[in-house]
Every structure is written in structure tokens, then in C-alpha cells.
Write a protein that binds this ligand. Structure first.
Ligand SMILES: Nc1nc2c(c(=O)[nH]1)N[C@H]1C(S)=C(S)[C@@H](COP(=O)(O)OP(=O)(O)OC[C@H]3O[C@@H](n4cnc5c(N)ncnc54)[C@H](O)[C@@H]3O)O[C@H]1N2
Ligand code: MOO
Length: 390
């Protein structure tokens, strides 16, 4: 059995970043920028008022100083003249600063009487001006690759970028396999359960930028599995769930190999997730996940998510790990790297009592996968351990 790290490196070696495509800015959130973008203008393009008040020349500003109000500057409408000694221009937030002015006195700091203002005592020293280019300058760059967040979209819009080049989203086909499965909403027979893994994985993979599609459930027959693989043939990544172990009805590996899959590995030293398989399959990458619901989701976090990020041009890195002190003692670990369902809080990290890989309720309660290295000895409360936030 190969290690989790070896399996992940092998998966990384099977994928390359996908092609680029151009999308309108309004559809770019959550996508990965593929080409560096350059600002097309300064922001603000002119020195602008940061407050509602009066634009003046600071040489003449002192408590009780008086000014004649000679005009107005509003956002989108500059004052065409200039501000001279003893004169002020009524100004609003975002308006271009008039020539000759270098300070805005906020309206709370003046008394106004007709077209005259008098500066109150206790004036602060803020000039209330946003210099031209103080946010960004023409030519400033947003470097690719970058996962675009809502704040990036706002910045790009401000730079007058209407469309961006992004990495194509990986098309991922998710295939549940098993005679016992029906889709959520269907009526299960007495020996049947509801397919959950494809739904959990689609939610996970879509949330990190993939486009996952749930294919019809494949039954435990060669013909049904072949049909499912045929439906998946245009995908970048084909993910099967279940039928990966050693039982008489575990046909996924054999059928995939029969259809041209070149197996890179099968079985890894991981708990849960032991019967994981992967290989190239007719231009796509095929990953066969174990059927136990928690095993499939844990393999999603540990393998599928980093592979998707690599396809999106974000580099080949395992999911970042955090550390926390153990809240309780732990017994020694076995020969497989163990991803224990756990909960992190201020007091430290606590592994759940029940670690059966069928228990989705425990997984849903967990906010961490506590990582026990292969052959790790017993650990005491207070020792620092690694975990994956989930
Ligand atoms: N003799 C051995 N038996 C098993 C071994 C072993 O080494 N020797 N390994 C165990 C481990 S570890 C795992 S993990 C499972 C994996 O088995 P399969 O990948 O073949 O999965 P299935 O048998 O098809 O299903 C297992 C379990 O999960 C349920 N399942 C499957 N697909 C779904 C789905 N899409 N949604 C919800 N639940 C699903 C299925 O009904 C079974 O209960 O093998 C152990 N056995
Ligand atoms: O490896 Mo299995 O995935 O332990 O449940």
C-alpha cells in the first residue's frame, strides 16, 4: 500500500492546468484568474473629497476663520473655478477637489450663515482628501493565478476591466455504484439506501470551482458500469464511488481497466480510504473512491480538492494543515494514516468516540479531520497535532 503523500503526488502528475476562457466580470467570482490584469486608469482619477464639507486652501484655516462660499463641487460635477484666499467651495464626498484647494473642512466643523462660513473651535487636522491614484495606479497589476473573491471583483470593476481570462472549470463526472442505491427523493426498496456521496462530493467540488455532475447510479453489473463510463467520457475527471473493495460485486476496477484505464495505484495506507484507485482513462483521470460515505468525503478533502485546485492552475499543494493541542489522550495509531473525525474548539481538538466510516452524522458534526501519522504512538492531552479544517 502506498502512502497518502505518494498517492497525491501520483495524482498531481496526472493533471495539468486546464485551458483559459474569457468570462464577463459578473460571472468571474469564484473562478481562477489565468492572465495577469493591468489597471487601465488611476483610482481615484483626481484628488477627491473624502467628506461632505467645504474645500479651502489650508494656509488660511484656523479657528474662527471666515470664508465666502463661491460655488459647489459634487460627485460627477467639478467646480470649474479655483479656490483663492478667503474663499470656499461647498463640496461633497467623491467630488473632484477644486484647483487651489488642499483641504476639506467637514460641515460639522463650520457654522454657516448664508454664503459665509466660520470655522468652529476645536478643528481637527485631517485634510479629508483622497489623493489621485491613492487606491491604485494605471498599470498596477493583479497577478494570475488568483482565486477571484468578491472583493477582487470589485477591484477589477474599479479598474475598468469588463471581462477576464480564467481557467476552465474541470468537468467532473460523479458515478455512484451499487444495487442498493436510489437517488434522494426516490422510494427505496426494503434493502436499499439513499446515495449520499455524489451529493456531498458535488457540493464540495463545486464550492472550490469545479463543475461536478451527478450521473445516473450504476448497478453492480459490467453493462451498467460500462454505460456509466460512457456517459462520463467527456469529463476531465471521472470519479466512481463504491465497488472498489474486494467483494464479489466490486467490479469498478476491472470494468475501468477493461475500458482502457491504466491504473496508477490501488490501495493506500489511509483510514478511511484504503481501497482508493486512480489512473488515466482515455484522456481523463479516473479516481475510484471507496463507497463508505465518510471514506468518500474524506478522500474528497484529501485528494479530489487538491487535484481540482491543480487543474484550476492554483498549483500542486496538499490541502493546508493546521495544528491544535489535543483535548484528550489518544491511543496509538495503526499502520494507516488516520483522518479522525474531530471537533476543534478553544480547549483544543477532540476526536469523536465513534470513527466508523459509515457515520455521516458524526462527519456533519465534525469541523476537523485530526491526522494521525502511520504508526504514531500514544498521544497525551496538550500535545500538538495536525488537522484539516472541514
Ligand atoms: N474483506 C474486506 N472487506 C472490506 C475491506 C477489506 O479490505 N477487506 N475494506 C473495507 C473498506 S476499508 C471499505 S472503505 C469498503 C469499501 O468498499 P467499496 O468501495 O467496495 O464500497 P461498497 O461495498 O460499494 O460500499 C460500501 C458501503 O458504502 C455504501 N455506499 C456505497 N456507495 C454509496 C453512495 N454513493 N452513497 C451512500 N452510500 C454508499 C454501501 O451501501 C456500503 O454500505 O470496503 C470494506 N470492506
Ligand atoms: O478505508 Mo475504509 O474507507 O476504512 O472505511
Amino acid at each position: 500500500m502506498i502512502s497518502v503523500d505518494d498517492a497525491l503526488q501520483q495524482l498531481f502528475s496526472m493533471v495539468t492546468p486546464l485551458n483559459h476562457e474569457t468570462v464577463p466580470l459578473a460571472q468571474a467570482s469564484g473562478r481562477v484568474l489565468a492572465r495577469t490584469v493591468t489597471a487601465k486608469r488611476d483610482q481615484p482619477p483626481f484628488a477627491a473629497s473624502a467628506m461632505d464639507g467645504y474645500a479651502v486652501n489650508s494656509d488660511t484655516v484656523e479657528p474662527r476663520a471666515r470664508f465666502d462660499v463661491v460655488g459647489e463641487a459634487a460627485a460627477g460635477h467639478r467646480f470649474d473655478g479655483s479656490v483663492t484666499k478667503g474663499k470656499a467651495v461647498r463640496i461633497f464626498t467623491g467630488a473632484p477637489l477644486p484647483l487651489g484647494a488642499d483641504r476639506v473642512i467637514i460641515q460639522e466643523d463650520v457654522e454657516r450663515d448664508g454664503d459665509r462660513i466660520t470655522v468652529k473651535d476645536g478643528l481637527g487636522d485631517s485634510v479629508n482628501i483622497r489623493p489621485a491614484g491613492s487606491d491604485f495606479r494605471c498599470g498596477d497589476e493583479i497577478a494570475a493565478p488568483r482565486l477571484l473573491r468578491p472583493s477582487d471583483i470589485a477591484l477589477l470593476a474599479s479598474m475598468n476591466i469588463a471581462e477576464v481570462s480564467v481557467f476552465r472549470q474541470p468537468d467532473i463526472a460523479l458515478i455512484s455504484t451499487g444495487d442498493e442505491l436510489v437517488m434522494p427523493g426516490e422510494t427505496p426498496g426494503p434493502d436499499q439506501i439513499i446515495a449520499s456521496n455524489t451529493y456531498g462530493l458535488k457540493a464540495m467540488l463545486d464550492s472550490i470551482g469545479a463543475k461536478a455532475r451527478i450521473l445516473p447510479i450504476a448497478r453492480d453489473t459490467v453493462a451498467s458500469l460500462e454505460t456509466a463510463f460512457d456517459l462520463a467520457k467527456d469529463a476531465d475527471l471521472i470519479v466512481t464511488i463504491g465497488g472498489a473493495s474486494v467483494g464479489d460485486h466490486d467490479l469498478v476496477g476491472d470494468v475501468a481497466v477493461g475500458l482502457g484505464m491504466e491504473r496508477a495505484f490501488y490501495k493506500i495506507a489511509m483510514r478511511p480510504g484504503k481501497p482508493l484507485m486512480a489512473g488515466h482513462m482515455n484522456g481523463a483521470v479516473m479516481v475510484g473512491l471507496p463507497g463508505n460515505p465518510v471514506s468518500a468525503m474524506v478522500c474528497g478533502h484529501v485528494f479530489l480538492a487538491p487535484v481540482v485546485r491543480a487543474m484550476l492552475g492554483l498549483g500542486r499543494a496538499r490541502t493546508p494543515r493546521l495544528t491544535a493541542p489535543l483535548a484528550n489522550d489518544l491511543p496509538p495509531n495503526g499502520p494507516r494514516e488516520h483522518y479522525m473525525r474531530a471537533h476543534v474548539a478553544d480547549a483544543g481538538i477532540t476526536a469523536y468516540e465513534r470513527q466508523d466510516s459509515a457515520l455521516l452524522n458524526v462527519l456533519a458534526d465534525a469541523n476537523a479531520l485530526l491526522i494521525r501519522p502511520r504508526g504514531d504512538g500514544p498521544r497525551q492531552a496538550g500535545e500538538i497535532v495536525e488537522y484539516l479544517p472541514i
